[in-house]
Write a protein that binds this ligand. Structure first.
Ligand code: PEP
Ligand code: MG
Length: 593
């Protein structure tokens, strides 16, 4: 690569969201999709059916286009990418896109483009009112799928990504998972987009194709122009447009050292997570959709530590039926061959709920009818899911996990309900596995405090620090302005984790920790020292956590935890843990700048 080094001005640095790690340098290929100006017209009565048929054709065409893209992906065996395209096909077949616009055409005599626009706006509004990654993912999916149908209706052809220069860096407002299928035959060094976040499907595709990517770079297209040089740092979430000689030199070195480091981490994929003094730690992946199962084995996960089922309830007008649940869980279990799959029953309420959830008007939803509390109003909601999980247990190693448990009485009640479900299934002669282990999440302070009693009632614990921190410290987990208070190292949190592990060990039952804390390498030793032997996290975090484990001893972890437990404030704990980790693992914790 030859890059002019005459420029003395520093390159422009833009900060976004790093969604797929790696550092790459290349020339910009800028793609600007035409802004679609949606036409409006009022149809005469006799045109209505023709217009509805035109809409149906545009949808069918979109499904066919996705089918062709799926075939392209299939050749490169990326199941993850394949499932995303398939999910887009499902969206097109669902009533919300398949039927709603036709209804508007018939009821209001709108032209098809306008009917689609209105439908997309309504759905977008619904999802925008929900918080959380899953809702954000649905919003981008909807935009991708909606644009595809709109282009078909308007006869717009987008620039194919197969005529961009190989080895360039793609810069665009957004691209779809379908667009990305071109990267198999026309690889790019990386891509940078103006919109999108960590959980968007295009981010999942980038990670599965191992293409460094940064999203959410506002105004990128006004700064980075066709042919410019661009550095993309997917690990730190930034791009440098037209770097000067010094920046370029620095990033070339980083590019090389990142590649070395990455190679080392991939080597550890098949090695066990064993400490130097021989203690085996289990590392599993957390996922939210079957599309993500390929990432598990790729990163050395030993199963699914947490399968969040909420999204199954989201973009629809009624809850899934038992058979819909079952079909999905069966596919999940069959596509995950690296270990057991822990399916958590729906954790709807608080920040994530569909419009049909009966408790949408609560004044204080985080303290409201979340998860199993909903059984009081609608038992069937829960029973359908439970039955499907027992049925899916026939096809693989499944565990059942209950979220948001506040104490013993709830567990006892749910166990009576489970017995009832099993009895009915036996009487019906259904095919199911009655021996699925039952676990509860320890994510409320009350549950941690009575974990001695809970431990005698269930087969395992999974500590959910995301909520445990929120509810113990009374800090909204999503409130940016309070983020300094939301500290996993608060002594109260450490004591609760320790207490839960100690209570579980007395019975004994296994304990996992599945909150975000498990994925952060600076906490790994501390967590082992507090008593954890299983950590569940997004699969991509597993290799680095495993490196720490393999280089440590349990003895030092215990010593570190003992010192941390003596502290009175989170700051004091930080002063114990961070310098220790930085000293022990300098290559992991050095500031790469
Ligand atoms: C948690 O609370 O730590 C957890 C893993 O559950 P969620 O993030 O889905 O609430
Ligand atoms: Mg939780």
């Amino acid at each position: 690569m030859s890059l002019s080094t005459e420029k003395s001005e520093k390159g422009v640095i833009l900060h976004g969201i790093g969604v797929s790690p790696g550092i790459r340098i290349g020339r910009v290929e800028a793609i600007e999709y035409e802004k679609l100006k949606v036409p409006w017209s009022e149809l005469a009565g006799e045109q209505v059916e023709l217009e509805a048929a035109r809409y149906d054709q545009a949808v069918t065409r979109a499904i066919d286009q996705l089918e062709r893209q799926k075939r392209r992906v299939n050749r490169h065996s990326s199941e993850e990418h394949y499932f995303i395209l398939e999910a887009h096909q499902y969206m097109l077949k669902d009533d919300m896109l398949a039927a709603e616009p036709s209804k508007l055409i018939r009821d209001h005599h709108f032209n098809a483009e306008w009917a689609l626009k209105i439908t997309l706006e309504r759905l977008n509004d619904n999802f925008s009112r929900m918080d959380g990654e899953m809702a954000r993912k649905r919003i981008t999916d909807l935009a991708d799928v909606g644009r595809r149908v709109m282009e078909n209706l308007m006869g717009v052809r987008r620039r194919a990504l197969n005529d961009i220069r190989a080895d360039s860096i793609l810069v665009a407002h957004t691209i779809t998972p379908g667009d990305a299928t071109h990267f198999y035959s026309h690889p790019v060094r990386g891509f940078a987009l103006e919109v999108g976040g960590k959980a968007s499907h295009i981010a999942i595709v980038a990670r599965s194709m191992e293409i460094p990517a940064v999203l959410g770079l506002e105004n990128l297209l006004t700064v980075a122009k066709q042919g410019d040089w661009l550095v993309i740092d997917g690990s730190r979430g930034l791009v440098v447009v037209n770097p000067d000689a010094e920046q370029l030199d620095r990033y070339r070195k980083k590019e090389a050292s990142y590649d070395d480091w990455n190679e080392r981490l991939h080597v550890n994929r098949d090695l066990p997570a064993v400490t130097q003094d021989g203690v085996r730690i289990v590392l599993k992946g957390n996922i939210e959709s079957v599309e993500e199962t390929p990432t598990l084995a790729e990163h050395g996960a030993e199963g699914v530590g947490l399968f969040r089922t909420e999204f199954m309830y989201m973009d629809r007008t009624r809850p899934p039926t038992e058979d819909e649940h079952y079909a999905y869980y069966r596919r999940l279990v069959e596509s995950c061959d690296c270990g057991p799959v822990t399916i958590r029953t729906m954790d709807i309420g608080s920040d994530k709920y569909p419009a049909y959830w009966p408790y949408v008007d609560e004044a204080n939803p985080a303290l409201g009818c979340r998860a199993i509390r909903g059984i009081a109003r609608d038992r069937q909601f829960f029973v359908d899911q439970i039955r499907a999980i027992y049925r899916a247990g026939v096809h693989g190693d499944v565990k059942l996990l209950l979220p948001f448990i506040s104490g013993v009485a709830e567990v006892d009640d749910v166990k009576v309900l489970l017995e009832d479900v099993l009895k009915n299934m036996r009487e019906e002669g259904a095919e199911f596995n009655p021996d699925i282990p039952l676990g509860v999440m320890i994510e409320l302070p009350s549950a941690a405090i009575v974990s001695d009693h809970l431990a005698t009632r269930v087969d395992y614990f999974s500590i959910g620090t995301n909520d445990l921190i929120q509810y113990t410290l009374a800090v909204d987990r999503d409130a940016d302005q309070l983020s300094t208070l939301y500290n996993p190292l608060h002594p109260a949190i450490l004591r609760m984790i320790k207490m839960t592990c100690d209570h579980a060990a007395r019975v004994p039952i296994p304990v996992a920790l599945c909150g975000e804390m498990a994925s952060e390498m600076e906490y790994t030793l501390l967590l082992l020292g507090l008593g954890l032997r299983e950590l569940d996290m997004p699969a991509s975090a597993i290799p680095s956590v495993k490196e720490i484990i393999r280089a440590s001893t349990l003895a030092e972890a215990r010593e570190l935890a003992e010192r941390a437990l003596l502290c009175q404030t989170a700051d004091e704990v930080e002063d114990v843990v961070f310098p220790y980790m930085a000293h022990r693992f300098p290559s992991f914790f050095e500031d790469i700048d």
